[in-house]
Design a protein around this ligand. Structure first.
Ligand code: GLA
Length: 562
């Protein structure tokens, strides 16, 4: 069972009216759906959609790059989403010509000039061409994921043999996305999730939200990034007015109410972060570094080298050896188990006795890791592990404070109390590094809830920047712009290396801050052409927790929703 308040056993809701899902002006939303439907009919020669779904992007408030290490994260779904219309044309019974024709999966986009259509065979075993980076790759991921899930549930054979599946002639998919690409707001997962839910419904299958979250997390890896499950889980399980603590193994989503006097703002750094294209030197490299750190920590705790090599996440090792996962103990252990700076491949393979790294990462079967090991020779382990354990703490503290615990008490745990006693300090929250004796430069004792949350976001950014090295100049500049404009805190959100910043401020000055940041950060970019003024509202805006994935009822006579 997941945490209390989790919704992983529920099904994706069927929305009965647009206001179940959207806060925006209903007319403009309805027009968008009308456009989707007419684009569908034009592209597919008069066919009508059978299922329409939507799934949102997300903004992560805190907990960066720790989902794939097994630790909880704290995102919320945003109003920007991907909408999808799907229909399945069936072969006419007894029509020999149709019977023999190869079934197809045909994918198109409302913005067909920018996102060109593509047709694939209706074959769940086909590979996703990770070298092409075509937008339809994510649709293919969703398609394959459905069949992987059926296989996992031992239902694949029977579904493939069903009268319905045998008669499939053409699956038609039309997409319209509003989540800006490469912005760190998870456009790819919104697309994957919206498509997966639509295909599930069109194929007359039914998975729980938990199953959908897990299957979309795994299926997105076909696109070439070894990402964790945060983006898909919040896109599926998000809810209006609530941030969520997303847990893994087992998956769960616990409600986290945010203080009502605070507003969250999003700003796009205008540095595009192409997750899949740069994965080998950024995202996937970090996954490899964390795994190597976990292996060396297991070795430090006396595990036989062969056993240590089977360790996959830092959490696994901390749970086993660090006082049942106490993060302070884990942070202390990092200093003893891992060298400062970088390790070379040779050092890891020979001096540390890990042998051929390619074997550990099963490179013969995993191209993503294969490329990482081919293209990188140095691996930073200590800094990465330090980020992961300290960020996991910050998520815990953030949640406790949101739930009303005083910042003074949000930190607990025997080791922390012990350290505080030894050095004669009052327990406090928000320690960014692994050494409590050095780190009381960030005291939160006596701070109000709002300042403490903001401070945690600030510390998270610092850790991303200095320990995890996933920030960039534009993100840092935008964080500073928000802070100078009067935000309480600001940090990069999502994978980083470009994309967006999330900032928090007192609600009554949100507009002022937006105006100020527009002046200090965006105006010069509009002038130089780095950003387009027409995109202004998608570059800098207020956000609030929005609904997750939904199936919308389409009625051809009356419009999308009846
Ligand atoms: C990407 C991944 C997520 C997560 C974040 C970083 O968005 O898809 O799983 O790892 O980066 O927190």
């Amino acid at each position: 069972m997941g945490a209390v308040g989790s919704k992983q056993h529920a099904r994706v809701p069927k929305a009965s009216k647009l206001s179940d899902v959207y806060d925006d002006n209903e007319n403009s939303v309805a027009t968008r759906y009308d456009t989707l439907v007419s684009a569908f009919k034009t592209q597919f020669e008069g066919e009508k959609p059978k299922t329409i779904t939507r799934s949102p992007g997300r903004v992560n408030l805190i907990g960066e790059h720790i989902d794939y290490e097994g630790y909880s994260v704290l995102p919320m779904a945003i109003g920007l989403d991907v909408i999808v219309a799907v229909s399945v044309a069936l072969k006419e019974e007894g029509n020999v010509e149709e019977d023999e024709a190869e079934a197809t999966l045909s994918i198109a986009n409302v913005d067909g000039e920018k996102y060109t259509p593509k047709e694939f065979p209706f074959d769940h075993e086909q590979e996703v061409d990770v070298k092409s980076h075509h937008w339809t790759n994510y649709v293919l991921c969703g398609f394959k994921g459905i069949f992987d899930q059926l296989k996992k549930q031992n239902k694949l054979e029977s579904v493939l043999e069903s009268a319905f599946m045998k008669r499939v002639k053409k699956v038609m998919v039309m997409v319209d996305g509003k989540v800006p690409l490469g912005s760190g707001l998870s456009s790819s997962s919104a697309l994957n999730c919206a498509v997966t839910v639509a295909l599930m419904d069109a194929f007359e299958l039914s998975f729980t939200k938990g199953e959908l979250s897990e299957l979309t997390c795994l299926s997105e890896r076909y696109s070439g990034t070894q990402s964790g499950g945060m983006d898909q889980a919040i896109s599926i399980m998000g809810e209006k007015d609530l941030a969520k603590r997303i847990d893994f193994n087992p998956i769960g989503a616990m409600d986290v109410p945010l203080p009502t006097n605070l507003t969250f703002l999003i700003g796009n750094s205008c540095a595009v972060s192409k997750k899949a294209e740069s994965a080998h030197k950024h995202y996937n490299l970090r996954v490899v570094e964390c795994r190597l750190a976990a292996i060396l920590m297991a070795k430090h705790y006396g595990e036989d080298i062969e056993k240590a090599k089977t360790r996959v996440t830092l959490r696994e090792v901390a749970d086993l050896y660090c006082n049942k996962g106490d993060l302070w103990t884990a942070l202390g252990a990092v200093r003893k188990a891992l060298n400062e700076g970088s390790y070379t491949k040779k050092q890891l393979e020979n001096d540390e006795g890990l042998g051929d790294l390619r074997k550990i990462f099963d490179c013969e079967n995993n191209e993503a890791f294969n490329v990482v090991l081919q293209k990188n020779d140095t691996f930073k382990l200590r800094d990465r592990a330090r980020h992961v354990f300290s960020e996991a703490r910050r998520v815990h503290e953030f949640q406790k404070i949101c739930e009303g615990q005083s910042p003074r008490y949000a930190v607990s745990g025997p080791i922390y109390e012990h350290w505080c006693k030894v050095i004669g300090l009052v327990p406090d929250v928000g320690v960014a590094s692994d050494d409590p004796t050095k780190d009381f430069g960030h005291p939160m004792y006596g701070m109000g809830k709002e300042d403490a949350l903001a401070k945690l976001m600030h510390l998270s950014h610092e850790s991303c920047k200095t320990q995890y090295e996933c920030s960039c100049d534009e993100l840092d500049e935008l964080v500073d712009a928000f802070m100078s404009a009067g935000a309480l805190g600001a940090r990069l959100t999502g994978a980083g290396w470009g994309g967006c910043v999330v900032a928090v401020c007192e609600s009554d000055i949100a507009e002022e801050i937006l105006a100020d940041v527009k002046k200090s950060f965006y105006e010069k970019r509009f002038q130089s052409g780095v950003a387009n003024i027409a995109d202004e509202t998608n570059l800098l805006f207020k956000t609030a927790p929005s609904a997750g994935a939904a199936i919308l009822h389409y009625d051809d006579e009356k419009g999308v929703i009846v």
